[in-house]
Design a protein around this ligand. Sequence first.
Ligand code: ATP
Ligand code: MG
Length: 218
Amino acid sequence: MISQFGAMRKLAIMGGTFDPIHIGHLVTAEEVRQEFDIDEVLFIPTGHPPHKASINMTTSEHRYLMTVLATAANPSFKVSKLEINREGVTYTIDTIKELKKIYGEQVKLYFITGADAIHKILTWKSSEELLQICEFVAVTRPGYNKEELIKQIEELKRKYETNIHFLEVPALAISSSDIRYRIENQKPIKYLVPPEVENYIKKYKLYHYAICLTTEKR
Ligand code: ATP
Ligand code: MG
């Protein structure tokens, strides 16, 4: 798919459990979009990720809809059901190959990963192939050492002769696990997630929100 000016289109993939999606994800995606002149950022909520298989995850439909709500206002952000619709355990390599088929060869793929994920890449299925097909963008994340991240990137680049980018994004010490913990413990999540996502969580009483509603003073 060639863009309007004949250049190769750039597609960045933002994979995640998004349980729930938060502003750390959105700020990261927007930084990458801007920095690498990306045409489209595709958010892909995971189906059944192998490393999180045993954890009690929110249904795919809820995670997908929250991701749609959170990204709706950005014309360059799209959400894909590719992994959610796949039966069984989902692997990134299968998703990337499927995307190549959908978008054709004329699209350049970027894959966004936080500092916590980059050192795990080698444990992913067909990681070497994955590193050749996509250009990874490894972003900083509070709680993870920046120098360590740069070192890991350099090692991977040397070993696999591939292009991995480093990008420093605004430091937002936010995680979905912390948001779930905050809800369970009746702490506010306002401004940590977009208002649409906060309302959705309340509406469907996700993450034990029922407890919060009964204790909330109005
Ligand atoms: P959980 O706590 O459930 O693992 P999470 O906040 O890490 O949730 P994920 O859905 O696991 O969110 O992450 C998707 C991607 O977004 C990963 O590559 C992760 O590193 C990155 N990411 C998540 N939060 C941030 C953040 N605050 N800053 C930078 N990158 C982030
Ligand atoms: Mg995570």
